[in-house]
Design a protein around this ligand. Structure first.
Ligand code: GTP
Ligand code: K
Ligand code: MG
Length: 368
């Protein structure tokens, strides 16, 4: 039996099995089995791991990247071309785009790389079409636009989500607050700081046993943690990426239909052809990217608000700021003065290299 067939078999069995006290051990086993089979399929032996492959690995520029994922002909290239001014072929024929096409858009002074990608179809991860290369590129992006055609949004949404999920991509989700620590003896010891609502001890034990973990401390601090969350933590190698559902072609539907679409969380209805609601899309994109703009203030002069140094959240210390300007600056710095959200007082705070900066802070570097 091929891995794809084995996956299908496990999925079918899961669908047949009702979740209750008596089946939770079995379900936990199945979930872990499924994760292992998917890894096999996508690993280096399966041919789908690593980067995107020929034509798919493009030079990465800008402070962050946004990948466009969607079914064929939903309007990805139309959007990308107009947004960035870079030509990417468009037509009513499916699979017009065959590789990654990069472009750049500047938002609030930050250059953001846009990656137009080929359309994907159901079964992408089993090797259909260029789905695997597309999802491999998507894994490396800071934000994913899931582009949907408003005339058939919901079915397509589910399909795309499950293709991305099967590739270890978790959308609009934080890493689960679960730790699993191997030890030498003592069996499986479970502690939880929150009530376990969506997983029970049997299920936890089944997952651990499937991974041959017979002695471990499992600590669950995640409200509503599931067996899939536990599997994710044990498997590792998951990426947590924010996503926006771009509902394209709203020029083709009525206002009443549009109202319904607004109920999809994290969605922005637009028309890339008629250029409708693109401002909202850029706003939401900016917020989801969660970038940190830092303005430099030279001594005795006002801050330079025109060209911020743009950093990523989690990589926004004064040291990161210095390195973004020039690699020698951190060494030459005596101290920094910071004004803005990260500073303790309005008159400015004297800080060191480890200080974490916030969006729109102003920084003066005093040299030795
Ligand atoms: N009505 C309408 N049509 C659109 C819109 N955006 C794109 N289209 C049309 O949809 C078709 C497909 O557009 P593309 O930009 O090539 O779509 P794609 O998603 O890049 O397609 P592939 O590269 O083949 O996956 C073209 O005929 C576009 O003119 C829109 O906002 N409204
Ligand atoms: K097309
Ligand atoms: Mg295209």
């Amino acid at each position: 039996m091929t891995t794809v067939q084995k996956i299908k078999e496990v999925e079918d069995e899961m669908a047949r099995t009702q979740k209750n006290k008596a089946t939770s051990y079995h379900l936990g086993q199945l979930k872990a089995k499924l994760a292992k089979l998917r890894r096999e399929l996508l690993g280096p032996q399966g041919g789908g791991g690593g980067g995107g492959g020929i034509g798919f690995d493009v030079a990465r520029t800008g402070i962050a990247s946004v990948g466009f994922v969607g079914f064929p002909s939903v309007g990805k290239s139309t959007l990308m071309s107009k947004l960035t001014g870079t030509h990417s072929e468009t037509s009513e024929i499916d699979f017009t785009t065959l590789t990654t096409v990069p472009g750049t858009v500047k938002v609030h002074g930050a250059p953001i790389q846009i990656l137009d990608l080929p359309g994907i179809i159901e079964g992408a991860n089993d090797g259909r079409g260029r789905g695997r290369q597309v999802t491999a590129v998507a894994r490396t992006c800071n934000l994913i636009f899931i582009v949907l055609d408003v005339l058939k949004p919901l079915g397509d949404k589910k399909t795309i989500e499950s293709e991305l999920e099967a590739f270890g991509i978790r959308l609009n989700k934080r890493p689960p607050n679960i730790t699993v620590k191997k030890k030498d003896k003592g069996g499986i010891a479970i502690t939880n700081t929150v009530p376990l609502t969506s997983i029970d001890h049997d299920e936890i034990k089944a997952v651990c046993s499937e991974y041959k973990l017979s002695n471990a401390d499992v600590a669950i601090r995640e409200p509503n943690a599931t067996a899939d969350d536990l599997v994710d933590v044990i498997e590792g190698n998951r990426v947590y990426i924010p996503a926006i559902y771009v509902l394209n072609k709203i020029d083709a539907i009525s206002i009443e239909e549009l109202d319904l679409l607004y109920k999809i969380p994290n969605s922005v209805p637009i028309s890339s052809r008629e250029w409708l609601n693109i401002d909202e899309l850029i706003d939401v994109m900016w917020r989801k990217l969660d970038l940190v703009r830092v303005y430099t203030k030279p001594r005795g002069a006002p801050p330079d608000y025109n060209s911020p140094v743009v950093l990523r959240r989690g990589k926004s210390t004064v040291e990161d700021f210095c390195s973004a300007i020039h690699k020698e600056i951190a060494k030459q710095m005596k101290y920094a003065i910071v004004w803005g959200a990260s500073a303790k007082h309005a008159r400015g705070q004297k800080v060191g290299l480890e200080h974490v900066l916030d969006d729109e802070d102003v920084v003066h570097i005093a040299k030795k």
